[in-house]
Design a binder for this molecule. Structure first.
Ligand SMILES: *[C@@H]1O[C@H](CO)[C@@H](O)[C@H](O)[C@H]1NC(C)=O
Ligand SMILES: *[C@@H]1O[C@H](CO)[C@@H](O)[C@H](O)[C@H]1NC(C)=O
Length: 297
């Protein structure tokens, strides 16, 4: 800042000593700003001019971090009129016209982050320089991560715990820990920036417990949990056998019951079928003459 100040003094002395024609000069009071998503932020842009403001023209553009090569117009002041980018109406406005080109951005979003450029013209002043730049970062806390597990949860098997988070600026750091019955920090394999997993091979009953994944950045931490229960294969076999016996018994009961109701139903249906056949015959006899009659008319 000190250097900039000295440069400005130097420029001013240069101008006065060489009698350069009046020049408009833009200065940014900050070169980078941080806002938390949802907050308002003031983007400062001051200028010094020696002409009146009748032909003042201000243009703010944004080169978003998501597409830095295609800047968009944010807000324009021209011929006393303010024109806003339709996607920003209600969120952006000048705060000090015509004496400053500061703008206020409300309800900031992560997508508002990028390089803002403030361009000021005030003919007949020449711009020197008429442009200022500032970098805006919109931070957001991590969203709730999603914990998942897959693999074999019986003794000797291999289990993979995975955790992914969708939002967060700066990008949240992902950590896995076992928190119960003892606290152990686990090595994380990152899969991309937003998800990390832990591989546990040859699991035993000691592997059972509560595992926590945490996603952390400067704005906070969010956690999700997995409760792993490792089954002893023998115990599992006994359990499975028990379950299968129960299922078989249930099936047997159902089959017996179906058999009984099936017999009942069939005899009832047979009776109904016979009755329907009788009716059909009767209908034929009854309707055929009328049809014939009608076709002769
Ligand atoms: C932004 O918020 C400030 C203070 O809450 C308010 O005075 C201003 O009118 C708002 N600007 C816009 C464009 O809504
Ligand atoms: C798996 O663990 C058991 C006991 O914890 C050990 O005896 C066995 O050697 C291990 N097997 C492998 C393949 O590491």
């Amino acid at each position: 800042y000190n250097l900039l100040h000295r440069l400005l003094i130097w420029l001013t002395t240069m101008k006065s000593s060489f009698h350069v024609s009046a020049a408009l000069r833009v200065t940014m009071r900050d070169s980078s700003l941080e806002a938390v998503r949802g907050d308002s932020v003031l983007l400062p842009c001051s200028f010094f001019t020696s002409s009146d403001f009748s032909r003042l023209n201000v243009i703010w553009t944004l080169a978003p971090f998501s597409s830095p090569v295609s800047p968009v117009q944010v807000i324009v002041y021209d011929h006393g009129q303010v024109i806003k980018n339709p996607s920003l109406i209600g969120r952006v406005d000048f705060t000090g016209l015509p004496f400053s080109a500061d703008i206020m951005l409300n309800e900031t979003r992560v997508s508002d982050g990028g390089i803002y450029r403030c361009m000021v013209n005030n003919p007949p002043d020449t711009a020197d320089p008429g442009v200022g730049e500032l970098l805006l970062s919109v931070l957001e806390p991590p969203s709730l991560p999603v914990c998942e597990w897959d693999g074999a949860i019986d003794v000797g098997g291999s289990v993979r715990l995975s955790c992914s988070v969708e939002e967060g600026v700066p990008i949240p750091e992902i950590r896995w820990e076992k928190v119960n019955p003892e606290e152990i920090s686990l090595p994380v394999n990152m899969e991309g920036e937003l998800s990390g997993s832990v591989q546990i091979a040859n699991v035993s009953s000691q592997t059972s417990g509560l595992y926590r994944c945490s996603a952390t950045n400067v704005l906070g931490t969010e956690n999700c949990y997995v409760n792993l229960v490792i089954y002893n294969s023998e115990g599992l076999c006994v359990l499975l056998t028990l379950v299968m016996v129960l299922v078989l018994l249930a099936l047997l009961v159902i089959i017996l019951w179906l058999h009984r109701t099936g017999q009942d139903g069939r005899s009832r249906r047979r009776r109904r079928d016979r009755k329907a056949e009788e009716e059909e015959c009767y209908n034929e006899i009854r309707y055929t003459p009328s049809l014939m009659k009608r076709s002769f008319v």
